[in-house]
Design a protein around this ligand. Structure first.
Ligand SMILES: Cc1cc2nc3c(=O)[nH]c(=O)nc-3n(C[C@H](O)[C@H](O)[C@H](O)COP(=O)(O)OP(=O)(O)OC[C@H]3O[C@@H](n4cnc5c(N)ncnc54)[C@H](O)[C@@H]3O)c2cc1C
Length: 261
């Protein structure tokens, strides 16, 4: 039977652009350029490598995001994924990690899966907790932060590198894994891949399709809320220490006054 891999990919605001909050203190996703979170490209790469090793496998990329999030799906399809699922519903606006994970879990259950692969963190929220919450919601094992991953005999095995040791972890499928930016360079889409992606299916889902009520998501259904946000103050001019014989002492005094030493 085919190995069904679902990769969670997030469409994030471009970190090189100006990012701001909207009036309701949610991230402004309308007026900024976005892209596939770079850390999720590693997840797509690992899914494609596992699929290439397997006799029969299908890679589905999944995003919860606004209309433009389709760009992130297209990129993943052009890298080689087989099909995509896009959950887009006005009521999702303002959903935190708890609400987002609910939507992802329901979409994954509807799609069908043996293995879910996520990135180590998104490049905008950077919470790094979604894969663990997702596994809990799906009721399956989680093997997170892997720098090496392979699937064999109905099990997923991976290596997690710590500061002083590496662990080898294993779980039976179905399972959720997340992969780090050390898991292997993500491939560039080829011209052929970009052309092929245009014809690959993208399933559009709304909350009704997933049996989720509007009040379970969005600002209302979220467990966390942003109370206030302030613009970062403009940079002030630095302190210049002129060396007229006492430079070293002044430098040490300055570092001590800032509690660096
Ligand atoms: C339109 C929209 C509005 C939102 N508004 C808010 C808001 O106001 N406040 C708030 O707290 N959060 C909001 N979110 C949710 C937020 O952006 C995150 O998706 C969620 O909080 C998870 O946190 P993270 O990105 O830090 O996850 P992490 O735990 O850092 O993500 C790890 C991995 O989970 C997967 N993942 C995460 N998010 C998604 C996704 N959306 N689709 C597919 N895969 C994903 C990726 O593989 C990622 O690498 C909104 C999301 C959307 C789409």
């Amino acid at each position: 039977m085919s190995l069904r891999i679902v990769v969670c990919v997030k469409y994030v605001p471009d970190a090189t652009g100006d990012r701001k909050f909207a009036d309701d203190l949610t991230v402004d996703r309308e007026d900024v350029d976005g892209l596939l979170s770079e850390l999720d490209e590693y997840a797509v790469e690992q899914a494609l490598q596992i699929a290439e090793e397997a006799d029969d496998a299908e890679v589905t990329v999944l995003t919860v995001g606004p209309e433009d999030a389709r760009d992130a799906l297209r990129k993943a399809l052009s890298m080689g994924a087989d099909k995509a699922v896009h959950v887009d519903d006005e009521s999702i606006h303002g959903s935190d990690v708890m609400a987002t994970s609910l939507v992802l879990a329901k979409a994954i259950e509807k799609t069908g899966y043996d293995l879910v692969i996520a990135g180590m963190a998104s490049t905008d929220g950077t919470m790094g907790v979604l894969p663990a919450i997702l596994a809990e919601r799906l009721g399956v094992p989680q093997v997170t932060l892997l720098s090496e991953v392979k699937v064999e005999d109905g099990k997923v095995t991976g290596r997690r590198d710590g500061d002083t040791a590496s662990e080898t972890l294993q779980a039976s499928l179905p399972a959720v894994v997340s992969v780090t930016d050390q898991s292997g360079e993500a491939r560039y889409p080829s011209f052929k891949g970009i052309m092929a992606a245009k014809k690959k299916p993208v399933e559009e889902l709304e909350l009704d399709d997933l049996d989720i009520d509007a009040d379970e998501v969005g600002l209302e259904g979220s467990w966390t809320a942003v109370d206030s946000a302030d613009e970062r103050p403009a940079r002030t001019a630095g302190t210049i220490v002129k060396d007229e014989g006492e430079g070293g002492k002044q430098l040490a005094e300055y570092l001590a006054s800032q509690k660096f030493i």
